[in-house]
Design a protein around this ligand. Structure first.
Ligand SMILES: C[S@@+](CC[C@H](N)C(=O)[O-])C[C@H]1O[C@@H](n2cnc3c(N)ncnc32)[C@H](O)[C@@H]1O
Length: 237
């Protein structure tokens, strides 16, 4: 699965709602810098941190006016008007600690997560590959608390981090794929896609994916409706 270009704009727009031009933004887990470039275009001063050198190199190309550095979300430094955690919390070891750090160094915290599985069409990629994967009882399933895609859990984790949640809003962000290849190609390059193609052959996987996505066909291409949640919070007290 890959995210098509431009998918993040409705989400980024909500993340930055009410933030004045000139504000300083710490973009934690900045990845390839697409959000950083968006924030810069809104007149904000952006510093991005990420654990991945490769992502930072890309971010420097995407948002040349921002600054970037290797950094761990669990240990932030500096002082910012806003700390943005855009699609990062699902990837860190300790989301409570990361949100705590965000509240410590940021006047405002803005954090985004995917909606629940059933709320987003992105789950269809998993459904399409399901017949090619080992039986569910033979797969490693991560133990632990419910994921942050559950809004009650998301609020609870923010509370544990000492944050006061001032908003938790839903944002719809469609993924548009212009043609079949743009839908199937990146999936076949993913770990699960390669596994499925090794077992059943790429042609069978392609057919299964296109069949699964047929209801989402939009002309030559496909349109997926996806839901995210954006939290606005600040250190309590
Ligand atoms: C799904 S990507 C999101 C990237 C970017 N925020 C965006 O929305 O395009 C998650 C990013 O978090 C980074 N990451 C994961 N754990 C991290 C940590 N502990 N500290 C900093 N970055 C981390 C990954 O390297 C990756 O770039």
């Amino acid at each position: 699965m890959s995210s098509p270009e431009g998918w993040g704009e409705p989400l980024y727009d909500r993340v930055l709602a009410g933030i004045a031009p000139g504000s300083s933004v710490l973009d934690v887990g900045c990845g390839p810098g697409v959000f950083a470039a968006f924030a810069q275009a809104r007149g904000m001063t952006v510093h991005g941190v990420d654990l991945s050198r490769a992502a930072l190199a890309q971010a420097e190309r995407t948002a040349p006016g921002a600054t970037f550095a290797i950094g761990d979300a669990h240990q932030l430094s500096g002082e910012y008007d806003v700390v943005a955690l855009v699609q990062v919390l699902a990837h860190v070891t300790n989301p409570v600690k990361v949100l705590q750090e965000a509240g410590r160094v940021g006047g405002a915290v803005r954090a985004t997560v995917w909606g629940r599985e059933e709320e987003s069409d992105i789950r269809l990629f998993g459904e399409a590959l399901e017949p090619f994967l080992p039986p569910k009882d033979q797969r490693r399933t991560p133990a632990g608390p419910p994921p942050l895609t559950d809004p009650d859990r998301f609020r609870k984790v923010a509370g544990l981090a000492g944050l006061e949640v001032t908003a938790l809003d839903e944002v719809r962000s469609p993924f548009a794929y212009p043609d079949e290849d743009s839908l199937v190609g990146p999936l076949l390059q993913s770990d699960l896609g390669r596994y499925a193609a090794n077992r059943a052959g790429p042609a069978a996987v392609r057919t299964a994916v296109l069949d699964t996505f047929e209801p989402r066909r939009n002309g030559e291409g496909y349109r997926l409706e996806n839901l995210f949640r954006v939290m606005e919070a600040r250190a309590a007290g």
